[in-house]
Design a protein around this ligand. Sequence first.
Ligand SMILES: Nc1ncnc2c1ncn2[C@@H]1O[C@H](COP(=O)(O)OP(=O)(O)OP(=O)(O)O)[C@@H](O)[C@H]1O
Ligand SMILES: [Mg+2]
Length: 472
Amino acid sequence: MTERKYELLFVDDEQPNLQKLRRTFMNGYVTHTAQSCGDALGILETADIDAIVTDQRMPGMTGLELLGRVRETKPGIVGIVLTGFAEIGDLIDAINTGKVNKYITKPWSPEDLRLVVRDALEKRELARENERLSAELRAANERLRTENAFLRREMEVFPRDIIYGSREMDDILRLLRRVVGTETTVLVQGETGTGKEMVARFIHAESARRDQIFIPVNCGAIPRDLVESEFFGHARGAFTGATAEKKGYFEMAHGGTIFLDEIGEAPQELQVKLLRVIQESEIMPVGYHQPKKVDVRIIASTNRDLRAEVAAGNFRQDLFFRINVFSVTIPPLRERRDDIRPLAEFFLRHFSRKLNREAGRFGDATLRKLYDYSWPGNVRELQNEIERLVLLTENAETIGAELLSDNIRNIGPRNDSTRNAAGDLKTAIKELEDEMIRDAMIRHDGNKSHVARVLGISRQSLLEKLQRVSFG
Ligand SMILES: Nc1ncnc2c1ncn2[C@@H]1O[C@H](COP(=O)(O)OP(=O)(O)OP(=O)(O)O)[C@@H](O)[C@H]1O
Ligand SMILES: [Mg+2]
């Protein structure tokens, strides 16, 4: 790339002076000349002038007045005044207030003037570079501040790997490894506490974006009237109270990954806007007239049956198709019981360290109960249970089953043969369903919306099922 030559504008009412100036800067510059201030202003309209060298005393307007006018519209232009020795007094003010960068007294020598011009242009370059760097620094600082807040949370909440021991999880991770390197949108489905967010973080951490930010957002937790500005940001003054420009989650996640948690709970207005981001890769902050491009990988999660939500008219079908490009369903813990022990042992070590206790070990009966229990709250429930056990255990002893929470301790052994293993599959499934519903109703104090969510079914279908379940 050839470097752009500086463009100089000479202003003097006497033609011979202009010629001398031109000659002085024949090499290395593009030069323009004007015999009056009016001409000069005309040239400034069209040419990209870096510096003006002007005579002070001219008919109509002085050089100083000209520079004063120029400063108003083009403050970046260097102004140099050629002046008689006697007039220097007039210039002092102008120099002090920055209207003029340099002056040179007549008669001037070409070398001196060349030096003065070069020096002034270099100074301007430095100042600009400085300004650019500080602006970058300010922006970087701002970015770091938001990222730090997220990162700090990451460190606290998710310092670890996915722990598993089951074939089911192994299959899922193998499947996921096929999309981690791509930009594909991934939908992670599963009951509450199965590890959907963990999997989303895994995908991000294994992707090319791993060094960029991961931003988790709960789509159901943001008040309706804030949704738009939280997700897409707003301009300064976009509405009362918008005292500063604000970046939304999508812009913060630029270059990285956004995790749209509980996307099934996104209100309709948000669904429309999410569709737009996914389709166009651009956002429209509140108060903006031009969209902004964003480069964000999207991972979404839901513990609802989104297909059913689409059928029920609660979730947009077009959005569903867009996010359901590649979907994984994490089975509930009771369907991958081989994960229970490795997870329990992992949490035991984790909480022993965290709570500063010596890790004991699980007694056989304890392990048996942990294995047999149905874990409606999945891994999160297991994690809470182990934390509780660590708190209850004195140092380094075998953790006995009597320390387990009542509902876990009191379950009978899982005996698959009692469940009609040889009989009719439909009946067996119904029985299992009933047992899970009963269990969940008890655990969640009969809160039906909650239970429906935990079980991954709609509230309506829970109500129907409840009609046939008796609480004996
Ligand atoms: N395989 C795993 N290995 C280690 N920890 C796990 C695993 N799965 C889940 N966890 C832990 O269990 C907790 C719940 O996981 P996570 O938040 O990812 O679940 P979720 O499916 O997003 O739950 P919810 O639907 O309630 O949001 C987290 O603390 C997570 O670290
Ligand atoms: Mg979650």
